[in-house]
Design a protein around this ligand. Structure first.
Ligand code: 5GP
Ligand code: ZN
Length: 113
């Protein structure tokens, strides 16, 4: 989709700090880090939200989520990690290209929750 910021990142039209890429999925650091290492995992096929997410696309995304979580664990040694996925404006979605947040946790006062 031409006016979608995450499609632009996927197409290389705007830069992002990529942490993982394969044929179907891209992961990159969130521009506004809630905690250190806050990462977004997105399917390359434009998909608005969970209600449009096909099982195949969900499989591609969630096949890599544990890999990326473990890479974050190795590199940053968080004490926990939240997965977050907002669907719809009222649920806090601001970018309408499906994405899963990986938010590493470092204990009390880490800035999230
Ligand atoms: P949502 O609120 O839709 O669940 O999350 C959207 C996320 O995308 C936000 O955390 C926001 O900081 C992030 N974001 C928005 N625009 C950009 C961008 O241009 N680059 C990157 N890396 N992240 C972005
Ligand atoms: Zn898109």
């Amino acid at each position: 989709m031409s006016d979608c910021i995450f499609c632009k990142i996927i197409n290389g039209d705007i830069p992002a700090a990529k942490v993982y890429e394969d044929e179907h999925v891209l992961a990159f650091l969130d521009i506004s880090q809630v905690t250190k290492g806050h990462t977004l995992v997105v399917p390359k096929v434009h998909t608005k939200d969970i209600f449009e997410l096909t099982s195949d696309t969900a499989s591609h995304v969630f096949r890599v989520v544990p890999k990326i979580a473990n890479a974050i664990k190795q590199q940053l040694a968080p004490v926990g990690l939240n997965l977050l996925n907002n669907n719809g404006e009222q649920a806090g979605q601001t970018v309408f290209h499906y994405h899963v947040h990986l938010i590493p946790r470092y204990g009390k006062g880490d800035g999230f929750g």
